[in-house]
Design a binder for this molecule. Structure first.
Ligand code: HEC
Length: 108
C-alpha cells in the first residue's frame, strides 16, 4: 500500500462522521451543560425524539424555546413526557432552536 492510498481511505472513512452533523461547539456546550444529550441524539431516538425529527415539525425558534421551558408531551405520542427545563436561559435555548431547525436536511 502506498501512502496516497492510505490517505484516500482515511478521507472516506471520515465522511460518515461528518454527515452526522455534529452540533457546532457553542451549541454542543449548551446541550451538554443541560444534559439534553442524555435524552436526545441528532439522528436517532433515545428517550426523546431525534433532533432531526423535531426539525421536521418546522417550529419557529421561539416555539422551540417555549417547548423547552414547558414541553407539550401531546406532540410526541409514545414518548415519556420531557420535564420542563425553565432553567435554560432564553438565549441558549434560542441557539439550540436555530440549530435544530438547521437540521432539516436530506430526509423529508
Ligand atoms: C430526561 C430526558 C430529556 C431531557 C434531559 C431533555 N429532553 Fe427534550 N424531550 C424529551 C422527551 C421524552 C420528549 C418528547 C415528549 C415531550 O415533548 O414531552 C422531548 C421533546 C423535546 C423537544 C420537542 C418539543 C415538541 O413539543 O415538539 C425539544 C425541542 C426538546 N425536547 C429539546 C430539549 C433540549 C434543548 C433539552 C436540554 C435543554 C432537552 N430537550 C432535554 C426528553 C428529554
Amino acid at each position: 500500500m502506498n501512502i496516497r492510498f492510505i490517505l484516500v481511505i482515511g478521507l472516506f472513512s471520515s465522511l460518515p462522521a461528518a454527515a452526522q452533523s455534529k452540533p457546532p461547539a457553542d451549541v454542543e456546550k449548551i446541550l451538554q451543560k443541560h444534559a439534553c444529550l442524555t435524552c436526545h441524539q441528532i439522528d436517532t431516538r433515545v428517550v426523546g425524539p431525534a433532533y432531526k425529527e423535531v426539525a421536521r415539525k418546522k417550529y419557529k425558534p421561539e416555539q422551540i424555546v417555549a417547548l423547552i421551558h414547558k414541553p407539550d408531551p401531546s406532540h410526541w405520542p409514545g414518548y415519556p413526557p420531557m420535564s420542563p427545563m425553565p432553567q435554560v436561559p432564553k438565549e441558549d435555548a434560542l441557539k439550540v432552536a436555530r440549530w435544530i431547525n438547521s437540521l432539516t436536511v436530506s430526509k423529508k
